[in-house]
Design a protein around this ligand. Structure first.
Ligand code: ADP
Length: 423
């Protein structure tokens, strides 16, 4: 319109100025939009026209995806779901000690039943005086007690005050921790006791020496012999403790092919020398397969079985060592004796540290009470296990059973080269 009236130059200048203004306006809106993107928590700018349309659609989009826009906000329902599936028990109780809510773990640990216990006084359901006194008292916020649902389990409870005089109870199952603590205490008590006995004996002899008015060569010699026996006993005990500690500390077994037949031959010689001719010792080799394992560890385990057979079999008895493959394709090394045998109730506990059927007899025979614990550990490290069969008055058979995966057939090359490690 301007062109014919004012000429081309003026018309084009006005058009350019208009376009520059329009561009400036859009750049201004764009800048506001970018500022909002930097802090999206602020409300969207109110606009009209094209920009108003863009902001309106963006608002609707944000409304439909609140979680994506606010990733750190979790809903009530989400919190409830998480608490529901916690491995620890959680119970919410009101100011009058009535149950408001509890999760699945609390059902198992505290014996709460489904939803029917909601609204009940907790003292009606958990009938434990210490627990109820603790819950209503103002003292400690923690308590350890047997699980109401299963008294063989132990629970550590913690109460946390909540708004409106409510309380949240948290229950953690500490059965395993209690068991390990008790085992550690027993072990320390046993070791101290085992070491104190020989030291007391040696100290007694030393006092006798000091009290001797005049030297008596024969008594002196006798005492020295007994002192030596006691120090040997301490050394054996410390050796066994170190072996067990090493087995527990090493997570990996160094694997090599172990020729069990050759090992059995040398164990037979060990048995003969330990027996000193008091027993008949024989060897039955029904297999020549080798096993993938650690020679030193397997030798130590099998030699414990042999030495037990010699020690617990009276003179004139028979001891048989045998190596064979079984029907499953595994290997079995057994030591059979015609000794005193073991009553069935003792058998499951024989591999516990310091467990002996007859403490006095074991000590008299130079036992440490750790031999079968070492055997069990070594076999476990080779995925093998110990089988014990015994008849009182007839004798016992202790068998180390190796799984087929550990067997190296006679004609085959070693599956794993020496020095290779396996868990
Ligand atoms: P110890 O050093 O006392 O022999 P072990 O751990 O080797 O300890 O054995 C634990 C207990 O198992 C022994 O004290 C003994 O009572 C019993 N025992 C082990 N081997 C035999 C066996 N061949 N015959 C009878 N009892 C055995």
């Amino acid at each position: 319109m301007l062109w014919p009236l004012a000429g081309a130059l003026i018309a084009l200048s006005v058009l350019c100025a208009g376009l520059i203004l329009l561009l400036g306006w859009h750049l201004f809106k764009l800048k506001r939009f970018l500022l909002w993107l930097d802090s999206p928590a602020l409300p969207l700018p109110e606009e009209r026209g094209l920009w108003g349309d863009i902001f309106y659609r963006l608002k609707n989009l944000l409304k439909s995806q609140p979680a994506a826009h606010q990733p750190h906000d979790i809903s009530h329902e989400q919190i409830r779901l998480v608490a529901e599936h916690l491995p620890d028990g959680v119970v919410l109780i009101d100011a009058q000690q009535r149950i408001v809510w509890f999760n699945q773990a609390a059902e198992t640990q505290l014996g709460l039943k489904g939803r029917s216990d909601i609204g009940q006084f907790i003292s009606y359901i958990i009938r434990n005086a210490t627990f109820n006194a603790w819950l209503t008292g103002a003292g400690e916020d923690r308590l350890t007690m047997p699980a109401p649902a299963d008294s063989s389990r132990s629970l550590a409870l913690r109460r946390v005050p909540m708004p409106g005089a409510q309380q949240m109870l948290f229950c953690h199952d500490i059965t395993e921790q209690v068991r390990v603590d008790a085992m550690r205490r027993d072990f320390i008590a046993n070791v101290s006791h085992e070491l104190r006995t020989p030291i007391t004996v040696i100290a007694g002899f030393l006092e006798s020496f000091a009290d001797m008015e005049e030297p008596d060569a024969q008594r002196f010699k006798d005492y020295l012999k007994l002192m030596r026996e006691q120090s040997d006993r301490m050394r054996r005990l410390i050796d066994d403790l170190l072996t067990l500690a090493r087995l527990e500390a090493d997570t990996e077994v160094v694997i090599e092919p172990v020729d069990v037949a050759a090992l059995a031959r040398s164990l037979m010689q060990e048995a003969q020398s330990l027996s000193g001719g008091r027993h008949k010792v024989s060897l039955e080799l029904d297999s020549d397969v080798r096993i993938a394992g650690n020679h030193k560890e397997i030798h130590s385990a099998l030699s414990n079985l042999v030495s037990n057979a010699v020690r617990y079999t009276p003179s004139g008895g028979q001891i048989t060592l045998r190596w064979r493959t079984n029907a499953a394709g595994g290997g079995e090394f057994s030591v059979t004796d015609t000794g005193e045998g073991i009553e069935p109730q003792h058998i499951p506990r024989l591999t516990e540290r310091f467990y002996r059927v007859d403490r006095g007899r074991s000590r008299a025979l130079g036992g440490t009470g750790l031999g079968l614990a070492i055997v069990k550990h070594v076999l476990q490290r080779h995925q093998a296990h110990l089988r014990i069969e015994s008849t009182v008055g007839k004798g016992s058979t202790f068998t180390a059973v190796f799984p087929p995966e550990r067997i190296i057939p006679a004609a085959t090359e070693t599956p794993q080269s020496p020095g290779q490690a396996a868990a």
